[in-house]
Design a protein around this ligand. Structure first.
Ligand code: IPM
Ligand code: MN
Length: 360
C-alpha cells in the first residue's frame, strides 16, 4: 500500500515527539512493505514566524492532498497575550475545520507497567479502558458571535456554544458505532441542567440511540462525569461529548493513564470512497515549552497516534497492533521517559522511539 502522510511537527516538543513517531512509521512501512511518501508543513507558532499565518495556505493544500496528517503540538509562550485568532492554536482549529474531522477519538487505558505512575489508587485505575469521543469542529471553540467589546467597566467578552442537530447526530453515530466494536456502552456528557445547548445535545443523542438498540446509553452531567472519572473509571466504555467538555475531561483521563504524554488521538471525519477515514492524528499533550529541545518528552502519545493512523486511515490493523504491542513491550522494559520514571535513569525521547522500533 502507498501511504501519503503529511507531517506537521508544530512547536515545542512537537518536533521531538513527531521525529520519533516518523521513525516508527518508517520502520513499519519498511517491515510490512508499504510505500511511504512523507511531506512536511508548517502549523502553529512556527508557521506564524515563517509566514505570518498559523495555518498557511500551503499547509492547507498539503493536507488536502495527503491521505493522513500527523501533527505534533502547537503553542509558544511568546503568543500568550495574543488574541485567539493570532495564536498558534488558531492553526490547529483551522486545520481541524478544513479537514472536517468532527470526531476526536481519545482512548484512555491503563497499562500494567504504568499502574504506579498514576497518583490514584491502583485498585481504582486498574483495567480502565475507554474512548472519549470529543466533538471537534463545533461548539464554543467555533461559535459566533465571539469577541471583546467596550472599555473599562463596559468591557465585555462573548463566546457562543452552538450546535446544530446534524453536528450532534454525526458524532453520536460515530460513538455508537465504536461502542458496537467494544463493550456496547455509550455515556453522553452534557450540562443539560443549565444549558439549552446541552438540552438539544441530550435530545438528539436519545433519538440517535434508537438506531442502536444493542448499545446501552446513559447520560452524565459534566461535573459529575469529572468526579466519576476518578472515582470509578472502569464504568466507562465510550464517552461522547461536546468540544470543550471533551478537551477538559480528556486531560483528566490522562491521570488514569499515568501521564498525559501517553495519550494518542485520532480525529476523523467522513469515510473516503476507499472506506478509510480522512484523518488528523495528534497526541493529546501540548507543546510543553518548558521541556522543549531537551530530548526528554514522552513520544508514546505521538507513536500511539501513528498506530491510530495505520488503523483508521489505512485499515492496516495488523501494523497498528504491532505498534501498540511494541509500546507495551517498551513500557514493560522500563525504558521510559522521566514523566513515567520518578526514580532511576530515564530514557530520552529518541531512545524510546528506537526501542519501539526494535520491539516491532
Ligand atoms: C487539545 C488542545 C487544543 C484544544 C489546543 C492546543 C487548541 O488542548 O487538542 O486538547 O483545545 O483542542
Ligand atoms: Mn486539550
Amino acid at each position: 500500500m502507498d501511504l501519503n502522510v503529511l507531517i506537521l511537527p508544530g512547536d515545542g516538543i512537537g518536533t521531538e515527539v513527531t521525529r520519533e513517531a516518523v521513525r516508527v512509521l518508517r520502520h513499519v512501512a519498511g517491515k510490512f512493505n508499504h510505500g511511504l511518501h512523507l511531506s512536511e508543513g508548517l502549523l502553529g507558532g512556527i508557521a506564524i514566524h515563517r509566514t505570518g499565518s498559523p495555518f498557511p495556505g500551503e499547509t492547507a493544500a498539503l493536507a488536502a492532498n495527503a491521505d493522513a496528517t500527523l501533527m505534533g503540538a502547537v503553542g509558544l509562550p511568546e503568543f500568550d497575550s495574543a488574541p485567539p485568532s493570532k495564536r498558534p492554536e488558531a492553526g490547529l482549529l483551522g486545520i481541524r475545520k478544513a479537514l472536517g474531522v468532527f470526531a476526536n477519538l481519545r482512548p484512555v487505558r491503563t497499562y500494567k507497567a504504568l499502574i504506579d505512575s498514576s497518583p490514584l489508587k491502583n485498585h481504582l485505575v486498574e483495567g480502565t479502558d475507554m474512548i472519549i469521543v470529543r466533538e471537534l469542529t463545533g461548539g464554543i471553540y467555533y461559535g459566533t458571535p465571539r469577541g471583546v467589546s467596550g472599555e473599562g467597566a463596559e468591557e465585555r467578552a462573548v463566546n457562543t456554544m452552538a450546535y446544530t442537530r446534524p453536528e450532534i447526530e454525526r458524532v453520536t453515530r460515530m460513538a455508537f458505532q465504536l461502542a458496537r466494536g467494544r463493550r456496547k456502552k455509550v455515556t453522553s456528557v452534557d450540562k443539560s441542567n443549565v444549558l439549552e445547548n446541552s438540552q438539544l445535545w441530550r435530545k438528539v443523542v436519545l433519538e440517535v440511540a434508537h438506531e442502536f438498540p444493542d448499545v446501552v446509553l446513559d447520560h452524565l452531567l459534566v461535573d459529575n462525569c469529572a468526579m466519576q472519572l476518578v472515582l470509578n473509571p472502569r464504568r466507562f466504555d465510550v464517552v461522547v461529548t461536546e468540544n470543550m467538555f471533551g478537551d477538559i475531561l480528556s486531560d483528566e483521563g490522562a491521570v488514569l493513564a499515568g501521564s498525559i504524554g501517553m495519550l494518542p488521538s485520532a480525529s476523523i471525519g467522513n469515510r473516503k470512497e476507499s472506506g478509510a477515514w480522512a484523518g488528523l492524528y495528534e497526541p493529546v499533550h501540548g507543546s510543553a515549552p518548558d521541556i522543549a529541545g531537551q530530548n526528554k518528552a514522552n513520544p508514546l502519545g505521538a507513536i500511539g497516534s501513528v498506530a491510530a493512523m495505520l488503523e483508521y486511515s489505512f485499515g492496516l490493523t495488523e501494523e497498528a497492533a504491532a505498534v501498540n504491542k511494541a509500546m507495551e513491550i517498551v513500557l514493560d522494559s522500563g525504558r521510559v521517559t522521566a514523566d513515567l520514571k520518578p526514580s532511576g535513569t530515564p530514557a530520552t525521547t529518541e531512545q524510546v522511539g528506537q526501542a519501539v522500533c526494535e520491539a516491532i
